[in-house]
Design a protein around this ligand. Structure first.
Ligand SMILES: Nc1ncnc2c1ncn2[C@@H]1O[C@H](COP(=O)(O)OP(=O)(O)O)[C@@H](O)[C@H]1O
Ligand SMILES: [Mg+2]
Length: 268
């Protein structure tokens, strides 16, 4: 139920076994494309419902951490979400090797950043799987974790594909200095959960690529907690017939991944 609230505003049209985004109702911000000095930019304007949406994310985080026996402090709301999107945080991410769209301006209600032409990762992966893009998302997530931070809201729609197929990270509002098993598992779980609507074969390739990218950076086991979180969050993020298949026909692959990536079953 909590997971369902997590991203309720995305409305999907399911055709056969594929999920196609019919209409993206973005609760947090109104997204538009404009031109400044001849350059395309994206304007993100907060909606009235943004506070409610942020509150639901934070509440879901806290409640899930308690239900899964890893009580964790959720990310901060208010000014912190704005400062996380600012120049300083982007510079910090750049120093970690994580690219974000260039920020043009930011205020409490409006953010303007460089337009990234390739679309978000969910769209790109839905239209044709590429191992390297999911691998890159794993690298980005691993780099952040290695530096002691987590994204919290790490769904694939928050990754953008640039013109040279470079993967960038946007929507930085909930970044938090937190390297707990729960925080890392939320990032891995929300990324994979947002892709459970893809067909099983494609999902598996992407999952594997993400794990490999992540492992190549962190050299640490992938927390087992990310699997139940993926399944719960995926229920809200990408509910479809494929969610059921991906969740329940997973056991053989899970065992082989445990060997390969050394899934950790205990907290540090
Ligand atoms: N810089 C950008 N260039 C191109 N598309 C973008 C850019 N930023 C966001 N988008 C598109 O808008 C969607 C929502 O943006 P996001 O920053 O995640 O807003 P929200 O806070 O509402 O989730 C993304 O999933 C992506 O499809
Ligand atoms: Mg977003």
């Amino acid at each position: 139920m909590i997971a369902l609230f997590y991203e309720l505003p995305i409305i999907y049209l399911f055709i056969g076994s594929n999920c196609i985004i019919l209409y993206f109702v973005n609760w947090q911000r109104e997204i538009s494309i404009a031109e400044i000095d001849g350059k395309k930019v994206v304007v993100k304007r907060n909606k009235m419902s943004k506070n409610l949406h942020d509150y639901l994310i934070v509440m879901s985080y806290a409640i899930l951490s308690i239900l899964l026996a890893h009580p964790s402090t959720p990310p901060e709301l208010g000014n912190k979400t704005t400062s996380n999107e600012g120049f300083e945080m982007r510079e910090k991410l750049r120093s970690m090797g994580i690219t974000t769209p260039s920020l043009i301006s930011i205020s409490d209600n409006v953010l303007i950043e460089e337009f990234v032409p390739g679309g978000n990762l969910l769209e790109v992966l839905s239209n044709g799987s590429t191992f390297s893009l999911a691998f890159a998302a794993g690298i980005i997530t691993g780099r952040l974790h290695k530096s002691g931070y987590s994204f919290t809201d790490n769904k694939s729609q928050n990754f953008l594909v640039g013109s040279t197929s470079k993967v960038l990270r946007t929507d930085l509002a909930f970044i938090k200095k937190n390297d707990s098993v729960f925080a890392k598992s939320m990032d891995i779980g929300s990324f994979l959960g947002s892709l459970l609507c893809l067909d099983v074969g494609k999902y598996k390739v992407i999952e594997n690529a993400f794990y490999e990218g992540y492992y190549s950076e962190t050299k640490t086991p992938i927390p087992y907690l990310s699997i139940p979180l993926r399944n719960i969050l995926g229920f809200g993020l990408s509910l479809s017939s494929n969610w059921i298949v991906n969740v329940f026909q997973d056991s053989v692959k899970l065992i082989s991944n445990r060997w390969k990536f050394g899934f950790s079953v205990k907290s540090p």
